[in-house]
Design a protein around this ligand. Structure first.
Ligand SMILES: C[S@@+](CC[C@H](N)C(=O)[O-])C[C@H]1O[C@@H](n2cnc3c(N)ncnc32)[C@H](O)[C@@H]1O
Ligand SMILES: [Zn+2]
Length: 436
């Protein structure tokens, strides 16, 4: 396992692909990602895409798929490319472009996760099934742990009148390997707001009892007062039991976490259009890491995951292409109770891997290989035009092969698909069978 080559408490203002590619392998314990995607709402395209600033649905065009990404996916794992193109056929080019964007980043996330690490991908039902197919292919279906439904409390009613109003997000939870860190969480039983109004004591069996005066004007308290009047025929007293809470194990449907986005009722709301609640991130981080572990959020937005990690004494790295992330993390850290003086690092570059001799692929690798191979496919030996030859990892990435010049070759489409996720010996045997 390599050493982490990024300082704790670093926010990168950069494209996360460049940053992820610079992080050493197997040194992150938890990745939470909440990538931009929600057709019909004002989510932005990546700032470096041709349509930065426009609404998502109009902007994820096939032109946004960089040729380099397509090459990398095809070469790394034809099965993954098959999933991406199948989604394109089912939904349209915008989904194919979107999945291509996510896919090259997921390859890196998978690589940087420790064997005991986990990844949570936060998405909504528009793309969750395509993203799950992608994750099944990259991580392996045996590494799928949960589909968590976050059925948020509150939240504005949006959408058409002739459908059920939306009320949930989906979190896809995968482990990197067969053993992973997990601490079974219990439901958030009482909000801070309630605690400030009522006293509380814990029963021996884990139940929480809230007691105290219910003589306030708020609607729910007026309701409690009426209930006491009706049930006992008297006014409520200061030591009356207001609630009894028996915290149960958190199952895969989370109904106890409110939506805080754009809601001034919650102190943590900073007006970031896609802000996620701190408690949601705290639950994930507490469940899937130990104190001191490293949490990475490659689409950190207003840095909710970073704040939650800091509160819980984990190390953290945030990446966002927007400048806002660094300002927000500074502001929120100073305002978050229990965090205190914040000394973080802001970087606009990307890290350089220190766990390999030579990393990266030359920009003209196709031309170089075409020359070296005399325009022939390394498998069948037939001559092709350059555009009909595909980049292939000689040792597949899933078997530890590097994405670097010395592990690349050009194969024709037939040879590349036949080789699939295997090594050259397999292809040679298959070619001999076909020729016989
Ligand atoms: C849905 S928001 C994340 C919100 C975050 N979970 C929070 O609680 O604030 C997605 C974020 O991804 C960022 N983003 C989009 N493309 C990116 C890229 N290529 N690299 C890094 N960040 C990117 C956007 O700037 C946006 O802040
Ligand atoms: Zn061939």
């Amino acid at each position: 396992m390599a050493e982490l080559n990024v300082d704790n408490r670093t926010v990168f203002t950069n494209d996360n692909l460049d940053v992820l590619r610079g992080i050493n392998s197997e040194c992150i314990d938890l990745i939470y990602l909440d990538p931009p995607f929600n057709p019909g709402r004002q989510w932005q395209a990546p700032l470096d895409s041709s349509a930065a600033g426009a609404v998502f649905d109009d902007v994820w065009a096939l032109d946004d798929m960089k040729a380099e990404w397509v090459d990398q996916i095809e070469a790394s794992d034809p099965a993954v490319w098959a999933v991406v193109t199948a989604a394109g056929r089912a939904y349209g080019g915008s989904m194919q472009a979107y999945l291509t964007f996510i896919c090259v980043r997921l390859f890196e996330m998978h690589r940087v996760l420790k064997q005991t690490g986990s990844l949570y991908l936060h998405c909504d039902p528009t793309a969750s099934h395509y993203l799950k197919s992608l994750l099944d292919t990259i991580f392996g279906p045996h590494c799928f742990r949960n589909e968590v439904i976050w059925h948020y409390r509150g939240g504005a009613l949006t959408g058409a009148r002739n459908v059920y109003p939306r009320k949930h997000d989906t979190l896809l939870f995968y482990s990197r390997g067969s053993q992973w860190t997990f601490h079974q969480p219990r439901e958030v039983d009482i909000s801070e707001q309630m605690l400030s109004r009522w006293g509380r004591y814990l029963e021996d069996d884990g139940r929480t009892v809230l007691y105290g005066s219910i003589k306030h004007e708020r609607a729910e308290e007026a309701r409690s007062r009426r209930r006491v009047l009706r049930t006992f025929g008297r006014e409520p007293r200061d030591d009356d039991v207001a609630f009894e809470v028996n915290p149960s194990l958190v199952r895969s449907v989370w109904t106890d976490i409110p939506e805080v986005r754009n809601n001034p009722r919650y102190k943590e709301s900073v007006g970031y259009p896609t802000q996620k609640p701190l408690v949601l991130l705290e639950r994930i981080i507490e469940a899937s890491t130990n104190a001191g572990d490293v949490v990475l959020d490659p689409f950190c937005g207003c840095a909710t995951a970073c704040i939650a990690a800091e509160k819980l004494e984990r190390q953290w790295i945030g990446i966002d292409i927007s400048n806002l992330a660094w300002d927000l993390v500074n502001r929120r850290m100073t305002e978050t109770p229990g965090v205190g003086l914040f000394r973080g690092h802001h970087r606009v570059d990307h890290p350089i891997r220190t766990d390999q001799a030579s990393a990266g692929v030359s920009p003209d690798i196709r031309e170089t290989l075409y020359d070296v191979q005399d325009g022939k496919c390394v498998g069948c030996g037939d001559q092709f035009r350059m555009r009909n030859l595909e980049l292939d990892h000689i040792t597949p990435r899933s078997k530890g092969g590097r994405h670097s010049d010395d592990n690349l070759q050009l194969l024709c489409g037939w040879c590349n698909r036949t080789k699939g996720n295997r090594d050259m010996n397999y292809l040679r045997v298959r070619l001999r069978e076909v020729e016989d």
